[in-house]
Design a binder for this molecule. Structure first.
Ligand code: FAD
Length: 408
């Protein structure tokens, strides 16, 4: 990028998207100042291990995305343990919790999401945790002692990954889910039922249609009282009831907000000098033809890279089929697409045997796929969907036809 050395880019949020963005800014030739502001004390890291490897095995650390020297070498100024509190878009200044102010030529918001907490009596007791940071994961790991009773509130991806890890560490595990199915926010009933069977097979006590009335205990939690009136013993509780996009800061800058910071396919907000990427965005996806908010590794990584390129003068459209994975009890789940409606499903293989793929179709068009233990197939299915190809229902379910063939 020419003539960039006198400019300043500020990135708010030193998580997955923020870490990839600053790297991409330098890779795109930006020579000016880069400031990365992060509320956590850590240099950027990726979060998937927090609910997987770090809990399944003891003594596993979460590696940083880059060593600390990377930021020195690339002349990226870190402001860690600092929260950006205010954006003044008129004079292009960010105000921070440590009293500093940073001027920017262009600003990138990567503040991610904020975990929801349960507002019930006893929620302040010790050993009740949410899971978003390395610190959360470390605190949860200390509770995963053989024989301990662990209660998970929320049967979504994170709760179920913790359930799987806790079981593998010899805990007694109960999952309390308010809805009538697991992972119902993101996945069809058939997948929720398959995973309920998987967890029950491993002696996880799954309680659907159940909420939390209160937590009891002296200083630490001892018991969860459910809305059905049951008492579930608890040495530890993990609350995994979702994430809200962190939009408060964007609102100080009068940016358009609607289920996240609204951005277009170029990652631009309603202010021409401000971009956003990652979990915080409600972004237009040209392949889907609508705005979506995603909480996924792929989106955090690649949207951040696209936003950084555009801040450096490119005109990159960010357009990818959404993709997500989860690992529970040795079963690898992957999903492609983020359909809000479908009128038909087709199944290849054997879901209950945890070796198959469920396709979601709408008016005959392939709009989503969820695979169990078929990562290789999923690579081709993602490519099929990106290319807008929609094989026939018969072809999708025929094991004799490979996805490589369907891609031709
Ligand atoms: C436990 C866990 C497991 C996951 N597993 C998977 C998985 O298996 N597969 C998958 O696809 N995805 C997974 N995800 C989702 C994925 O990690 C997220 O989508 C990704 O981290 C989003 O990146 P982000 O940069 O947008 O947000 P984050 O990584 O959350 O980073 C945002 C950062 O901004 C900071 N911040 C916020 N506001 C401010 C402010 N005002 N000032 C300064 N700093 C601020 C926050 O403290 C945070 O450090 C998982 C997430 C978690 C928590």
């Amino acid at each position: 990028m020419s003539n960039s050395s006198s400019q300043s880019f500020v990135v708010i949020g030193a998580g997955h998207a923020g870490g990839r963005a600053v790297e991409a800014m330098r890779a795109n030739g930006f020579e000016g100042a880069i400031h990365l502001i992060g509320a956590e004390q850590m240099v950027p890291y990726e979060r998937p291990p927090l609910s997987k490897e770090m809990l399944v095995d003891s003594g596993v650390d979460c590696p940083p995305m880059h060593p600390a020297e990377f930021y020195t070498d690339k002349d990226i100024t870190l402001h860690l343990g600092v929260t950006a509190t205010d954006i003044d878009g008129d004079i292009r200044v960010v105000k921070n919790s440590d009293g500093t102010q940073l001027s920017y030529d262009q600003l990138l918001l990567c503040g991610g999401g904020q975990v929801r907490h349960l507002a019930v009596p006893g929620a302040e007791l010790a050993n009740i945790h949410t899971l978003r940071t390395i610190g959360d994961s470390n605190a949860i790991e200390t509770l995963l002692v053989p024989g301990n009773s662990i209660v998970i509130i929320g049967g979504g991806f994170i709760g179920l990954e913790v359930a799987s890890a806790a079981k593998s560490r010899g805990c007694t595990v109960t999952v309390i889910e308010a809805a009538d199915r697991l992972m119902g926010r993101a996945l069809p009933l058939e997948i929720g039922e398959t995973f309920a069977a998987l967890h029950r097979h491993h002696n996880v006590d799954i309680r659907l249609n159940t909420g939390v009335e209160r937590f009891t205990g002296d200083t630490a939690v001892r018991e969860v009282i459910t809305t059905s009136g049951d008492s579930v013993p608890a040495d530890g509780v993990i609350v995994g009831i979702g994430v809200d996009p962190g939009v408060t800061l964007a609102q100080t800058g009068n940016l358009e907000v609607n289920n996240g910071v609204v951005v277009d396919e170029f990652c631009r907000t309603s202010d021409p000098y401000i971009y956003a990427a990652g979990d915080v965005t409600f972004h237009f996806n040209p392949l889907l033809g609508r705005h979506v908010r995603l909480e996924s590794w792929q989106n955090a990584q690649n949207q951040a890279i696209a936003a950084a390129a555009n801040m450096c003068g490119a005109n990159t459209v960010f357009a990818e089929i959404p993709w997500f994975w989860s690992d529970q009890f040795g079963v690898n789940l992957q999903m492609s697409g983020a359909p809000d409606v479908w009128d038909d499903i087709a199944i290849r293989g054997n879901l209950s045997g945890r070796d198959g793929i469920l396709f979601q179709l709408n008016e005959g068009k392939l709009v989503g796929a969820i695979s169990l233990n078929r990562p290789r197939d999923m690579r081709f299915i993602k490519r099929l969907m990106t290319a807008g190809k929609s094989p026939s229902r018969d072809a999708l379910i025929d094991e004799a036809i490979t996805f490589r063939e369907l891609l031709k």
